[in-house]
Design a protein around this ligand. Structure first.
Ligand code: HEM
Length: 541
């Protein structure tokens, strides 16, 4: 009886019926998902293809190609009039409320328990699945606390790695021009240099280790796209399969970094116990040491597990590597396609050579790097001009009863998403004259003019304002590192790293200009950089 019933069931399973069942299941999952999403008050205006079932469906599809156009429209219609508006998002995500610039402080000053950056990032990247169930709060707070204060001591090591990677990648031939893929060139510099401050001198030279971190980060980006296309209700079922490569890349990196973590813990324990062999020994300053110190200070035994330490590196590697590679890639493309009349590479070379020659030891110091006004300005301007995401400041409402915007009179519930538009702000002629022109010395002219003045004509308030034109200063009009207390804690390191790279490149190599800057492609709010772009270089004699 049971056998004949099973046979009957099997016979009725045609390909058409299976496809129909999958379709019904997927559509119902999207409907359930839709009902879970936060509802925004109708008083907040919207951009996109409209509401209702059809409008929502069109918005999901349109998100891939129309997101930037929607945000441009919203900027003109609402942001410029100090109003928030709603922009459609990918199928599995709630729509986002774009907050006008005048309300930046209102949004960023909420306590984390009410408006969370961590939960917004976690949802955006599906961090809970992708970062293998690590609590990224711990490595992030550890980095905030330790990186900036240790940076000066790390500068010589960073410089050594910068020079080593550039020499290896760009070559030493002073006769012949060499053609390089620019994206790959940056990928052969940034992972090693970044890992100098994350895992230290020895492991940052282990290419298999840095490759596994880059592969992990690539996988996170790819999986985010895939998971965003699934209804959220299905994530617990599909995500564990989708993130299999994440586990694989992490295991590979863990095998390589585990001996270092265990040795560091043993050495630090001997030192703490006052072992005489360790009198002169100090641990190498890097994220691994800082994580161990922080876990000890917090009395957190879990945080000392080598597997946990190695997993804690993942969100930081992710935050650090591709952001820097894209920024460097944009920087060189912007510089090489700048107005030839400005002769910008020679201008930067002159500054880099002059300031470096005043460094006594052959190594960059913090003071020396801070005097590279033109190099700094070129990087800051490229980050303004060639943004790699429409918005980089996202927040999720985590207050149980939601939050109220008293200025506009609306209230939004738990789970709402808010963001600050970077692209519109950076290209607003009211903030940046001629915003669609790459003007590499935009931020240094005023600084240099101020510094050239006699001392008695320097007003301290103006001195402070001019100093704030440097690349690490964030504001509501300059957002590549976001703004407020969650602004990127890696930016002080990145500023030094990129300045050293650019200074060494212009001093050591000639690079041929390019006639037209290759254009990126946009998918939703994320850029696909022109990774095929090539450059021609020759080492100076
Ligand atoms: C040019 C390169 C970089 C850019 C453009 C960049 C940009 C950003 C942005 C926009 C945020 C979001 C802040 C927010 O939500 O308000 C962020 C966060 C973060 N970045 Fe960076 N970043 C870069 C490099 C780095 C590096 C090199 C590191 C580490 C060494 C790093 C570590 C972090 C961390 C840990 C966070 C989370 C901060 C928090 O939530 O409190 N970043 N970054």
């Amino acid at each position: 009886m049971t056998a004949s019933l099973s046979l009957l069931l099997l016979e009725s399973l045609t390909a058409g019926r299976i496809a129909l069942a999958i379709l019904i299941f997927t559509v119902s999952s999207f409907i359930v998902d839709f009902t879970w999403k936060p509802r925004y008050p109708s008083s907040i205006p919207r951009v996109g293809f409209g509401g209702g079932i059809i409008g929502t469906f069109r918005n999901w599809i349109g998100y891939v190609t129309h997101f930037n156009a929607w945000v441009e429209e919203g900027y003109e219609k609402y942001t410029k009039n100090d109003r928030a508006y709603v922009v459609p998002s990918a199928p599995s995500r709630p729509q986002e409320i774009v907050v006008p610039r005048s309300q930046t402080s209102w949004l960023l000053e909420f306590p984390d328990r009410d408006v969370s950056s961590q939960e917004a990032h976690d949802d955006l990247l599906h961090g809970h699945f992708q970062f293998l169930k690590t609590n990224d709060h711990f490595p992030i707070t550890t980095l905030h606390k330790h990186l900036a204060r240790n940076l000066v001591g790390l500068l010589p090591g960073i410089q050594e790695d910068v020079h080593e990677c550039i020499d290896k990648t760009f070559g030493t031939d002073t006769e012949n021009w060499k053609t390089l893929n620019l994206w790959e060139a940056w990928l052969s510099i940034v992972p090693q240099v970044t890992n100098r401050v994350l895992v230290g001198k020895e492991t940052c030279h282990n290419k298999a280790f840095t490759d596994s971190q880059v592969a992990f980060a690539d996988t996170v980006v790819r999986n985010s796209f895939i998971l965003n296309m699934f209804p959220k209700i299905l994530h617990p079922v599909v995500a564990p399969f989708i993130v299999t490569p994440n586990w694989w890349h992490w295991r590979k990196s863990f095998r390589m970094v585990r001996p270092l973590i265990e040795q560091r813990q043993r050495d630090m324990a001997h030192k703490a116990a006052g072992h005489p062999d360790y009198d002169a020994w100090e641990p190498e300053e890097c994220l691994i040491t800082w994580l161990i110190r922080q876990a000890q200070a917090d009395g957190c035994a879990d945080g000392l597990d080598p597997a946990v330490i190695s997993k804690s590196l993942l969100p930081i590697e992710f935050a650090a590597i591709h952001t820097t590679v894209i920024t460097g890639h944009n920087l060189i493309l912007d510089l090489l396609s700048a107005d030839p009349k400005e002769n910008i590479m020679d201008v930067l070379k002159e500054e880099a050579s002059r300031v470096f020659s005043e460094e006594k030891t052959g190594y960059w110091t913090k003071t020396g790097l801070s005097r590279l006004h033109r190099v700094d300005s070129a990087i800051r301007e490229s980050m303004r001009f060639s943004h790699f995401a429409t918005a980089l400041t996202h927040r999720k409402v985590t207050a149980k009863d939601g939050i109220t915007n008293s200025k506009e009179g609306w209230h939004v519930p738990y789970g709402s998403y808010l963001m600050i538009d970077l692209a519109g702000t950076h290209h607003d002629p009211g903030i940046y004259p001629e915003p669609n022109k790459f003007d590499p010395l935009r931020f240094s002219r005023e600084r240099e003019e101020f510094e050239a003045r006699p001392q008695d004509q320097k007003d301290p308030e103006e001195a402070l304002r001019v100093k704030r034109l440097g690349m690490v200063t964030t504001s509501d009009t300059y957002l590549p590192f976001s703004h407020g207390r969650h602004a990127c804690p890696g930016r002080f390191f990145v500023a030094h790293e990129l300045k050293m790279i650019l200074a060494y490149l212009v001093q050591t190599y000639e690079i041929k200009p390019i006639a037209e800057r290759p254009k990126p492609i946009w998918i939703g709010q994320t850029i696909v950089p022109p990774i095929d772009a090539k450059i021609e270089v020759r080492r100076r004699k």
